[in-house]
Design a protein around this ligand. Sequence first.
Ligand code: ZN
Length: 141
Amino acid sequence: MYRNKSYGDGWEDLDYPVRISSTPCHYGGHRYWFICPAQGCGRRVAKLYSGRIFACRHCYQLAYPSQREASFERCRRRADKIRERLGWADDPDLMEGIKPKGMHWQTYHRLVAELDQWDRKSDGGFASYISQRLGQLKPLQ
Ligand SMILES: [Zn+2]
């Protein structure tokens, strides 16, 4: 439950559930995921972004395509390339941090550090991209 104010519009009350799902980890325990609450989506994701509604990055990109490629897109592509080298697919299930066979530990640690950096840049850029376009989310008083 929260209120949202878009540019030029009044306040709007929003109230909807966000489901959570869990998957077992390789080494025990569980990992929790959000189910994207946007209509027609339902993806299992690690992060939701706040705009008018909370939704996954796929949804926000579909809804607000940019003319020019934003810088966060480039960061994400760099991150995705490293994920490929590490053999970690985009499926969050497979992002378990397992070192590929035959890869030196030094290379592995360097790639993981680089991946973390690109991920942060990409997420930070994407967050500000959304807030510029959709205004600030305000909690319900
Ligand atoms: Zn979504």
